[in-house]
Write a protein that binds this ligand. Structure first.
Ligand SMILES: C[S@@+](CC[C@H](N)C(=O)[O-])C[C@H]1O[C@@H](n2cnc3c(N)ncnc32)[C@H](O)[C@@H]1O
Length: 243
C-alpha cells in the first residue's frame, strides 16, 4: 500500500508498505470488530492521556508495533502508564488485540485479564503522533522500522529529519526514545541522522555493550527473534534521552 504520499517524501504524512496479509482467523476478526472500536484512538482531535485514559498518566507511544508483543509487554509491566500503539498492518493489529484482550498473554501461559492501559490506532503512526501535544510523551518506541534498503527509498525511512524533529517535539525533557534495528544499512543511516540531532537528544551510550546488549525491560518481538535465530542478524539497541 502507498497512501497519501506527498510531493516531498521527507514530510511527515506518509504511509508505505503492506496493509493486509492473510485473512484473519475468526477469533481475530471478532477482536477487530468488538475490541478495537472500544480501544481505538479517536480519528480526529487532540490525543492526550486525559482523553484516552481519564488521567494524567505517563504516556508511551509505539510506532509500527507489528504483532504488539513489545507494546503489550510494556503495558503489562507498567499498569499505571498509558500506551498508544499505531500499526497500519491489520494482521499485526489483530495479533496485538489477542495480547491486549488477555486471551494470548505475551509471556505465554493461561488467559489473563485484559490490559486496560492500551489504545490502538490502525494506521499511520505519524498522523496520530502529530495530534499529541508537544512535550507529552515519556517514552517513544521505534523497533525495527521497515528498512527501505535501496538508496532511492532512503527518504521513506522513519528515521529521517522530519520524523525525528517530531519525536523530539512530542517527548518531554528527560523522556526516552528507544530505537532498535537488525539492519546494517539502516543502523548506519539512523546514526547519521541522530548525529544531526544532538541538540535535542543525548545518546545513552558509554560503551559498545550499551547498544549491543538488549537493555532490561526491552522484550524481544517475534520479528526480532526471527531476525536473530533464522537470519543470524545482529540486533542493535539505542536509547536517547530528550534534552
Ligand atoms: C519490520 S516491522 C517491525 C514490527 C515491530 N516493531 C517489531 O519490532 O516486531 C515494521 C512495522 O512498521 C509498520 N509501519 C510501517 N510504516 C508505518 C507507519 N507509517 N506508521 C506505523 N507503522 C508503520 C509496518 O506495518 C510493520 O509492521
Amino acid at each position: 500500500m502507498t497512501a497519501h504520499k506527498s510531493g516531498d517524501p521527507t514530510t511527515l504524512n506518509r504511509l508505505y508498505g503492506r496493509a493486509k496479509g492473510k485473512p484473519l482467523r475468526a477469533g481475530q476478526q471478532a477482536l477487530v470488530d468488538n475490541l478495537l472500536p472500544r480501544i481505538a484512538v479517536p480519528l480526529e482531535g487532540p490525543v492526550t492521556a486525559e482523553l484516552l485514559f481519564g488521567e494524567n498518566c505517563p504516556l508511551h507511544f509505539e510506532i509500527g508495533f507489528g504483532g504488539g508483543e513489545h507494546l503489550a509487554f510494556r503495558a503489562d509491566l507498567l499498569p499505571g502508564h498509558g500506551f498508544i500503539g499505531a500499526e497500519p498492518f491489520i494482521n499485526g493489529v489483530a495479533q496485538a488485540l489477542t495480547h491486549v484482550s488477555g486471551e494470548n498473554p505475551v509471556g505465554g501461559g493461561p488467559a489473563q485479564p485484559p490490559l486496560g492501559n492500551v489504545r490502538i490506532h490502525h494506521g499511520d503512526a505519524l498522523e496520530v503522533l502529530s495530534r499529541i501535544p508537544d512535550g507529552s510523551l515519556s517514552f517513544l518506541y521505534l523497533l525495527h522500522p521497515d528498512p527501505w534498503p535501496k538508496a532511492r527509498h532512503a527518504k521513506r525511512r522513519m528515521m529521517n529529519d522530519g520524523p525525528v524533529n517530531m519525536f523530539a517535539a512530542k517527548l518531554k525533557p528527560g523522556g526516552e526514545f528507544r530505537f532498535g534495528t537488525d539492519h546494517a544499512v539502516y543502523v548506519r543511516h539512523a546514526l547519521m541522522v541522530m548525529q544531526r540531532h544532538t541538540d535535542q537528544f543525548e545518546w545513552l551510550c558509554n560503551k559498545p555493550q550499551d547498544f549491543q546488549v538488549r537493555p532490561g525491560g526491552w522484550p524481544e518481538t517475534r520479528y526480532e527473534n526471527k531476525a536473530r535465530t533464522v537470519y543470524g542478524h545482529e540486533v542493535w539497541y539505542f536509547r536517547y534521552r530528550r534534552k
